[in-house]
Write a protein that binds this ligand. Sequence first.
Ligand code: SF4
Length: 203
Amino acid sequence: METISTEEAWYLRVVDLKQYDYCPRVVYYEYCLPGVRPTTFKMTAGIGAQDQVEALEKRRSLRAYDVFEGVRHFNVSLQSERLRLSGQIDLVIETGEGAARRLIPVDFKLSRRKPGKHFQLQLACYALLLEEAHQIPVDVGYLYLIQSKQSVRVEISPRLRKEVTKHLAAILHMLKNEQMPDATKHRGQCVDCEFRRFCNDVL
Ligand code: SF4
């Protein structure tokens, strides 16, 4: 999915927000040095695992997401004029009807570890995109950890929503001014970062 970048309109991708929280420089490099990102083993493995989980998901019950009945929608693409943001949600569960209708975003993750803040922010973005498109509140989402087959409930709290807005503003400011941000403070992340060769000041 490409980002639209004209003077009047910037459409960021939800994944940009996740990456910005991980390390702002990753987003800077992606946009200000386009075409330099190599495809890593991790990325390829992620796509393959996602296809598998989608096939299994169709046969599973919805209990992992605390609902008994619902319809699954895979790879739901959405765009928000207000947030200037676009994204594709791995799975949206639709349950209930009329005033009881609920939409639950689910993001599949190829991770064994407890999901970090950047994953929660990504999920919050999906919730905001769904709210705007369908005009109903989305207060809860799930991260599905493919390797451990666990679902993690994430409340889309006011604090998380505020952080999304703050991050979006900071990314737009950074890109419009082409200002390279500081390196991440968590230098352990740099060890297997695909942009390491551009960051001579960290290693
Ligand atoms: S090498 Fe480190 S500072 Fe540079 S982009 Fe990667 S994570 Fe960020």
